[in-house]
Design a binder for this molecule. Structure first.
Ligand code: SF4
Length: 153
């Protein structure tokens, strides 16, 4: 829902803090995840993420979450699925050239960055192209594996 998505960007600062706290908790649980098996947990986590991120961010469950780097705005809501935006078609009022009734995802991303503070640093991170093979998998568990340096993250 667009209204909730815009609200999330308006509250990007504390939502990102919650996100970082959650990630730290999940990293601390890594030894338990190893014992239970990441592949077995993936479906459960993906379902929780779909519910939570789908409601707050209109997440498309791409499995490669960039919310912390994109001002808590999901880039998959861009009709062109641009992971590094905006394109050259942003309207003068800040709306999308493809969906005139929607604020350009990258305009909201920039607004979210400004609310988080230090906006330039993370928005300048070049995001990798989306890997469609990861769609529907857990981005949170992938982030944990990335933090602990697993090669398959
Ligand atoms: S205007 Fe923004 S949201 Fe629309 S296609 Fe371009 S980058 Fe994507």
């Amino acid at each position: 829902m667009k209204r909730v998505r815009y609200w999330s960007v308006k509250n990007a600062r504390w939502l990102r803090l919650i996100y970082q706290g959650l990630e730290n908790c999940l990293v601390a649980l890594h030894p338990i995840f190893i014992r239970l098996g990441y592949s077995r947990l993936d479906r459960v986590f993906a379902a929780v993420e779909k519910l939570f991120k789908g409601f707050l961010f209109d997440s498309k469950s791409c499995g490669q979450c960039t919310l912390s780097e994109t001002g808590m705005a999901c880039p998959m809501n861009c009709p062109k699925s641009l992971r590094n935006g905006p394109c050259g078609g942003v309207r003068a009022n800040g709306n999308c050239e493809v969906e005139p009734n929607m604020v350009c995802v990258w305009v909201t991303s920039w607004q979210g960055h400004q609310r988080i503070g230090n906006p330039v640093a993370s928005i300048q991170v070049i995001q990798a192209p989306v890997d469609l093979r990861l769609k529907g998998s857990s981005a949170w568990l992938r982030a944990v594996r990335k933090r602990i340096g697993a090669s398959d993250a």
